[in-house]
Structures are given as C-alpha cells and as structure tokens.
Write a protein that binds this ligand. Structure first.
Ligand code: FE2
Ligand code: FE2
Length: 234
C-alpha cells in the first residue's frame, strides 16, 4: 500500500484507505465536499494532531467494509454498486427509521428536548435524500449509463449540468449530518436511554457513515472522473 502522508488530499487518502472516512466524520471533517484540501491544511484548520492520525490511517486496511478496493473500481461498477448498496438501502431504511424515531423521541423529549429538533431535521433530511436519489435514477444515472457505454461529446456536455447540480446537493446533505451530530451529542445515548432510543441513535450514525461513503464514491470518484473528461478528447 502507498504510505499516506500529510501532503495528500483528503480525496486521495479516502480513495486509498476508505475506512479513514470514519475518522474524518468523527472529527467533523467533510471529506466529501472538501476533498481537495490536504491533510496538513485540514489539521491546522481543525486543530488536530496529524501525526497520530497518519499513524492510525497507515495501520488501516485498504479495502472498504465490503472487502472492495475502491481505487480499482471502474465507473460502471461504481454506478451499479451505488444503486444496489446505497440507493436501495435508503429507500427501505429511511421510512422505517422515521417511525422508530417518532416513537423514541416521544419517550425522551422531556429530558432531551433537542431531540424534537433532531426529529424535525430528520424528516427534512429524509425527504431531501429520497428526492435526490429519485432524481439521480430518473435522469442523471440513465444518461451516465448511456455515456459510459458510448462516450461521446454531446452526451458529456448534456450530462455536466446535472452532475454539477447533484454535487451541490451533496453539500447540503452532508450538512444535515453535522447538525444531527450536534443535536444528538454525537449519537450518544444518555444513561437512562430506552432500547428504542439506542437503536435510533445507532441507525442514525450508520446512516451518516453510509451516506458519506455513498456521496464520496458518487461525487468524488464517479462524477468527478466524468466531469474531468473534456469533449476535446473525443
Ligand atoms: Fe446517490
Ligand atoms: Fe447523489
């Protein structure tokens, strides 16, 4: 494996060691939307010790949680993987989690009134995520599939505005999770939390993890790879 150094960008690091994304999320570093920043600059900005972090990252496996080395995936495989692993999951998970959350918040809103805000935030986030992936599947992903099968300058130019809009939406989706972390004390249940509340917090944290991995693969690897292709290369 390539040694990870502090002059590498966050995007290069997460591409090489996908599990490093978990550490960045916990440090509230948005590697999805700030992937072009170097680790050194991010450490100064956020005030963490880069030496410890580098040591930890260099000890990590280079495959993701499914045992896949994402840097070797081609664009078509990324597209299929995203649909199967993330989009399908979200359509199942979000409505179920909403119901659990309503129930758990009712049990706890007296001692943790901020959880009501978390619930309102979740509903907005759920609607936005579902609308976002529906849009992707209805238009951009279909165009992308066609383009990958038959790359040509017209399709590329038609596709770029869609990718720009979707990437912009990724920024607001990531933002939701920073607010959710703040409202749920980093998804930490309090001592007397009910089983339902513990489950909800666990699932919210998993949703954050999956969403960051999803947006990274999609925006930083797939969309950027296509976006960087020039019509002049045809
Ligand atoms: Fe997506
Ligand atoms: Fe997306």
């Amino acid at each position: 494996m390539k040694t990870i150094t502090s002059d590498m960008t966050l995007k290069e690091i997460v591409k090489e060691v996908p599990r490093s994304g978990d550490i960045f999320r916990e440090l509230r570093v948005d590697f999805v939307n700030n992937g072009d920043k170097t680790l050194a600059d991010t450490a100064v900005e956020k005030g963490f010790d880069e030496e410890n972090l580098l040591y930890e990252i260099n000890e990590m496996e280079t495959v993701n949680e499914d045992g896949i080395d994402i840097k070797y995936m081609d664009e078509q495989s990324i597209l299929k993987y995203i649909q199967r692993k993330y989009h399908e999951d979200l359509k199942d998970e979000l409505p179920v989690l909403e119901e659990y959350m309503e129930k758990a918040v009712k049990q706890h809103k007296k001692e943790r009134p901020e959880l009501e805000e978390a619930e309102t935030l979740f509903k907005r986030m759920k609607d936005d995520i579902l609308e976002h992936i529906e849009n992707e599947e209805r238009t951009a992903f279909k165009m992308l599939e066609n383009y990958l099968e038959n790359p040509n300058p017209h399709l590329l130019e038609a596709l770029k505005p869609y990718l720009t809009t979707l990437k912009g939406e990724h920024e607001s989706l990531a933002q939701y999770f920073y607010e959710m972390r703040a409202l749920t004390n980093d998804y930490t249940p309090e001592a007397g939390a009910t089983g339902e509340m513990r489950l909800v917090l666990q699932r919210l944290e998993k949703l954050e993890k999956d969403t960051f991995n999803h947006l990274f693969l999609e925006g930083d690897l797939l969309f950027d790879a296509v976006y960087e292709q020039r019509s002049s290369t045809f």
